[in-house]
Design a protein around this ligand. Structure first.
Ligand code: ARG
Length: 572
C-alpha cells in the first residue's frame, strides 16, 4: 500500500458524503505538509459553495486519526495532511518483508503486445532507433513485472520494393562477400552500393524490378538470397541489442513479411464491410475525421495501383492478428512521432472494421528526436545520420575513461564493467528521464555527470549503500522497528513509500520520466539522510533502523533502475 492511496481511500468516502457523488480526492505531495488534497476547489465550483467550507466539511467526515497527526484546511481550500510517525514507520516495516517493495502484481492481467525497435533489413540502426528500443524495452520490463502477459514484437522492415535492388546487388557481390560485409555490421555500405547502382544503371534497375516480381512470386533462389540478407541483418541487430542490454531476442523478430499471407484477408474484410474505395487505381479506406491541408478526406492506401501492398496494409494485418489471434487487449506501438498520423489512421480503420473493439485499445507511444549540441537533428560530421553502435561505443569509452580517472587503481576488467554499466545506463537514462514526446539534446557531460538527474548519480547512490553494508559486515535486519530521530529519516521513509504509486501511474501512462524523477528524488533523499545521520556509529536501535532504511533504498533503486533497463554496480 502506498501512502497516497491510503490517504485517498480515507478521504474518498468523506468527499462522497459531502458531494453526494464519487469524487477523486486528488492527493499529492505537498510543499507545506506531507500531502495535500486539492479536490475541494473543483467541487466548490460544481456545488456553488466556498471551497474552504467544503474542505472543512470533508474533514468532519474523514477518519484520519490513526494515520495523520494533523489535517487542516489551508489557503483557498486545500487539505494539508501530515502523516503520523507511527503510521509511517509501520508502513516502512511492511516494505521490509515484501520482495515487491509494496508494488502488487496486477489484479487484471492483460495480454499486451509491444511493437518496438523495428529496424530495417540491410540498413544500419541509427540514433533514431535508440529511443524506440529503449522506451519499448522499459515498457516490456515494467508490464512484465506487474504480471501482464507481454508479447515483444520486433516489426522488422524486411519486405518491399527496395529488396529487388538489395538482392540483385547481393547476387553481384556474391554470397560469401556479401555475408562478410553484412556481418561486419557494415550495412550502410552495402545499402549505399546497391542504391548507387540502382540510380546510375538502367539495366540494374530493370533486373531489380524483375527481382521484386520473383520475390513476390516466391522464386526459390530469390527467397534464399532474401533470407540471407534478413538473417545477416538480424544477427547484426542482436549484437546491438546485446551491447544496449535490451531484452529483445531472436524469437521476437516478426518482420513485415510475416503478414504477407494475411493481407488478402484484410482486403476481403474491408471490401465486405464496404470500407474499400477505389481511388486513382488504388484501393483505399477513408477513415472519418482525417483530412488533408485543403480539407479533402485522406486515404489510407491498402492496395497500391500496381496491386502491391505497402506499409499501411501490413500494419492493418498485424493489428488484426494481434487483437484477434493473440487476444491482446493493449496494443502498444513505440514509434517516432512523425508516424503519428499513420497510426491514428490505422487505428481508426481497425475500429471501423471491428478488429479493435473495447476493452482492447491501441496506443501509439510516440517520441521526439535526439538533437546535437546545435539543437538540430543529431548528425555525423559528414552530415549523415549517426550509427547507433558508434554512439554506444563512445558512451562506454567515455564512461570507462571517467572511471579510470576517478580511480587510477582500477584493474582493466572492473573498469570495463563499470564503463559499460555507466555508459549504457547514462544513454538510456538520458532518454527515459526526458518527457517522451519532447526532443532532447545529447550532452555527454551532463548525462555522465555524477550530479543531477543522471544514471551515474543513481548508480552511485546505490553503490554507496552497498559500501555501507560492506563496512558493516552484516545485512540489514528486516524485522527491525523503524525509528525517526531526525526529519531526514522521516523524509526518506515518505519517499520509499511512494514507489508503488509511481509504478501504478507509469503502468498507465508509460511515461518513464515519472519513474526516473521518482528515483532521483529517492536518491537525493538518501544522500541527504546519509550526510546528516551517522549509520554505523549510531547507537544500536538507531543503527539497525538506519541500516534498514538504507537497505530499502538500495532495493528500490535497483528495482527501479532494472525496470528502466539500467544496471547497478556493487562499487563504482
Ligand atoms: N521499420 C519502421 C521504421 O524504421 C518502423 C516500424 C514500426 N512499427 C510498425 N508496426 N509500423 O520506420
Amino acid at each position: 500500500m502506498d501512502l497516497e492511496r491510503l490517504l485517498s481511500d480515507r478521504l474518498a468516502p468523506a468527499f462522497a458524503a459531502v458531494a453526494g457523488e464519487p469524487v477523486d480526492p486528488l492527493v499529492r505531495r505537498s510543499p507545506r505538509a506531507d500531502f495535500q488534497s486539492d479536490a475541494a476547489l473543483a467541487l466548490a465550483r460544481r456545488l456553488g459553495r466556498p471551497p474552504r467550507d467544503i474542505a472543512a466539511a470533508v474533514l468532519k467526515h474523514a477518519v484520519l486519526d490513526d494515520v495523520c497527526t494533523s489535517a487542516e484546511v489551508s489557503g483557498p481550500g486545500f487539505l494539508n495532511l501530515t502523516v503520523a510517525d507511527r503510521a509511517l514507520a509501520d508502513m516502512v516495516s511492511g516494505l521490509a518483508g515484501d520482495s515487491r517493495l509494496g508494488v502488487p502484481s496486477t489484479a487484471a492481467p492483460q495480454t499486451v503486445v509491444v511493437d518496438y525497435s523495428a529496424p530495417n533489413v540491410a540498413k544500419e540502426m541509427h540514433v533514431g532507433h535508440l529511443r524506440g528500443t529503449v522506451i519499448g524495452d522499459a515498457a516490456v520490463r515494467l508490464l512484465d513485472w506487474l504480471g501482464h502477459q507481454v508479447v515483444r514484437v520486433n516489426h522488422l522492415g524486411d519486405w518491399g520494393t527496395p529488396f529487388g535492388m538489395l538482392i540483385e546487388h547481393l547476387a553481384d557481390v556474391g554470397e560469401a562477400g556479401a555475408a562478410h560485409e553484412l556481418s561486419m555490421g557494415d550495412l550502410d555500405t552495402f545499402y549505399r552500393a546497391a542504391r548507387a547502382k540502382f540510380d546510375a544503371d538502367e539495366a540494374f534497375r530493370e533486373r531489380s524490378r524483375l527481382r521484386v516480381v520473383a520475390l513476390q512470386g516466391g522464386d526459390e533462389r530469390t527467397l534464399r538470397l532474401w533470407r540471407l540478407l534478413v538473417a545477416q541483418s538480424e544477427r547484426y541487430f542482436l549484437t546491438v541489442y546485446d551491447l544496449l542490454d535490451v531484452t529483445l531476442s531472436r524469437d521476437d523478430f516478426r518482420g513485415e513479411s510475416a503478414y504477407n499471407d494475411l493481407l488478402a484477408g484484410v482486403v476481403d474484410d474491408l471490401e465486405r464491410l464496404g470500407l474499400l474505395v477505389p481511388s486513382g487505381g488504388a484501393d483505399c479506406v477513408f477513415p472519418a475525421g482525417f483530412s488533408g491541408r485543403d480539407g479533402e478526406p485522406l486515404p489510407l492506401i491498402v492496395r497500391k495501383s500496381d496491386g502491391g501492398y505497402g506499409y499501411p496494409a501490413t500494419d492493418l494485418a498485424a493489428l488484426r492478428q494481434r487483437a484477434g489471434e493473440l487476444g491482446a487487449t493493449r496494443l502498444l506501438y513505440v514509434v517516432g512521432l512523425p508516424q503519428r498520423q499513420h497510426f491514428a489512421m490505422v487505428f481508426a480503420v481497425a475500429r471501423a472494421a471491428g478488429w479493435l473493439c473495447p476493452p482492447a485499445r491501441a496506443e501509439h507511444l510516440g517520441f521526439g528526436s535526439i538533437l546535437g549540441a546545435d539543437g538540430r537533428m543529431l548528425r555525423s560530421r559528414a552530415g549523415e545520420s549517426v550509427k547507433l553502435v558508434g554512439l554506444l561505443e563512445e558512451a562506454v569509452t567515455r564512461a570507462t575513461d571517467l572511471a579510470r580517472s576517478r580511480n587510477p587503481e582500477l584493474d582493466d576488467e572492473t573498469a570495463a564493467e563499470i564503463g559499460r554499466a555507466v555508459g549504457i545506463g547514462a544513454i538510456k537514462y538520458a532518454d527515459l528521464s526526458t518527457d517522451r514526446t519532447k526532443d532532447y539534446v545529447l550532452d555527454w557531460e551532463r548525462m555522465l555527470s555524477l550530479d543531477g538527474n543522471t544514471a551515474p548519480y543513481l548508480q552511485y547512490a546505490y553503490a554507496r549503500v552497498r559500501s555501507v553494508f560492506r563496512r558493516a559486515g552484516t545485512a540489514a535486519r528486516l524485522d527491525t522497528p523503524i525509528v525517526f530521530a531526525q526529519p531526514v529519516e522521516r523524509a526518506l521513509a515518505v519517499e520509499l513509500l511512494g514507489f508503488a504509486g509511481v509504478i501504478g501511474e507509469v503502468e498507465q501512462s508509460l511515461e518513464f520520466h515519472q519513474l526516473a524523477g521518482y528515483l532521483h528524488r529517492l536518491a537525493t533523499a538518501f544522500n541527504t539522510f546519509y550526510e546528516r545521520c551517522p549509520v554505523l556509529r549510531a547507537p544500536d536501535e538507531l543503527r539497525e533502523s538506519r541500516l534498514l532504511l538504507a537497505e530499502l533504498t538500495a532495493r528500490t533503486l535497483r528495482q527501479g533502475l532494472h525496470l528502466l533497463g539500467i544496471r547497478t554496480l556493487e562499487r563504482m
